[in-house]
Ligand binder design. Structure first.
Ligand SMILES: *Cc1c(COP(=O)(O)O)cnc(C)c1O
Length: 349
């Protein structure tokens, strides 16, 4: 495989204030891209990060054939850069692509492109604290044609953004009882752009009521708790962690499965089973709902401090020995190569 490389003339890194980064606004010097045409992926290339030129009829603008991934790279004290379970993201973008009738992107191109890009832009991966490089691979439909059918041209890209900790502030959530982000037979398990588009309006309504996120329930009857915003969701009832099994409606999060494995390894009881709205409300009333948190790459774990169900609000207690805090530290220490990785999750660039 040949990878064409065009280097930036002068890095823009000296213009960046790394102490005041807003999530996902600043991008590194280079980007990786590869175009699909005539039934095959062409020559992959890395070139200076820059705007792209599209015809207004490009299919992605009209029919939303677009899938993406989110990953993070960390730098350790020896200046080595580490990825966390990158195989999972590589596999998942192709699972998402298949559901949107888009071509799979070859694994060897994915990793050659990603590793080369990270080496070229390694100065952008800062160490210490919660500094990381957020990595965004994506695929979009680029055929110029507004007929409503699958595109015959696509573009795969990877862009990277330096980030600090993803502090979300107090997160209180509303249990969905009207809107849904996914349904049986739908695209909920795919990391499809349209899933996000459809979630923004219900989230705005929740914001107007003073809640930051929606906890999505099953579309049929709104009886089961499935995801928190764009994260998987966990509940701690007494000393047991509960989370829904993955399904067509739920995204199979890398953070979610890492939390399950980590928690079980530490002797925490985890039940992966459908979680009823009624049992969580009941547990909250009895004071047995000790914690609730979202799980995803950006924040790793995002604690939820309260929720509303059918107009009734509940606050969670402040717990000592929080599972969220313990598990988040355990996993991020592995990600940053501070703690031993006995699970074989981290991969050096
Ligand atoms: C990306 C995403 C997650 C979290 O997945 P990770 O692999 O842990 O980052 C959860 N739910 C939805 C809907 C997502 O899009």
């Amino acid at each position: 495989m040949t990878l064409q490389i065009e280097n930036i003339e002068k890095s823009k890194i000296s213009n960046v204030d790394f102490d005041n980064l807003k999530f996902g606004q600043i991008f590194t010097d280079h980007m990786f891209e590869c175009d699909f045409e005539n039934g095959e992926w062409g020559t992959p290339r890395i070139r200076p990060y820059q705007p792209l030129l599209f015809d207004p009829s490009a299919k992605v603008f009209h029919y939303g054939q677009a899938v993406f991934e989110g990953m993070k790279a960390y730098k350790d004290d020896n200046d080595d850069i580490w990825l966390f379970r990158p195989d999972e993201n590589q596999k998942r973008i192709n699972i998402s692509a298949e559901r949107l009738d888009m071509p799979a992107f070859p694994k060897d191109y994915f990793f050659e492109g990603l590793n080369t890009l990270l080496k070229m832009d390694k100065e952008w991966v800062k160490k210490g604290g919660d500094s990381a490089l957020y990595i965004r691979p994506f695929i979009i439909a680029t055929e110029n044609c507004v007929s409503a059918s699958s595109s015959n041209k696509y573009k795969f890209m990877i862009i990277c953004s330096p980030v600090q900790s993803y502090y979300t502030g107090e997160v209180r959530v509303v249990f969905a009882d009207k809107y849904s982000r996914s349904a049986d037979g739908g695209v909920g398990y795919a990391k499809a752009a349209g899933n996000y588009a459809g979630s923004f309006y219900p989230t705005k309504l929740a914001n107007q009521e003073g809640f930051q996120q929606v906890v999505w329930t099953d579309a049929n009857k709104h009886e089961f708790l499935e995801e928190a915003g764009v994260m998987n969701v966990f509940f701690r009832v007494n000393d047991t962690l509960l989370t829904a099994p993955t399904s067509e409606r739920i995204l199979d999060g890398v953070t979610r499965k890492s939390i399950i494995q980590f928690a079980e390894d530490k002797g925490i009881k985890v039940e992966v089973r459908p979680v009823r709205v009624t049992e969580i409300v009941e547990a909250a009333r009895k004071g047995e709902l000790l914690e609730m948190f979202g799980a995803g790459t950006a924040a790793v774990i995002s604690p939820i401090t309260g929720f509303s169900n059918k107009g009734e609000s509940f606050e969670l207690p402040k717990v000592e020995n929080s599972y969220a805090t313990f598990i988040k530290k355990g996993i991020t220490d592995i990600q940053k190569n501070i703690a031993e990785d006995k699970f074989g999750w981290t991969v050096k660039v």
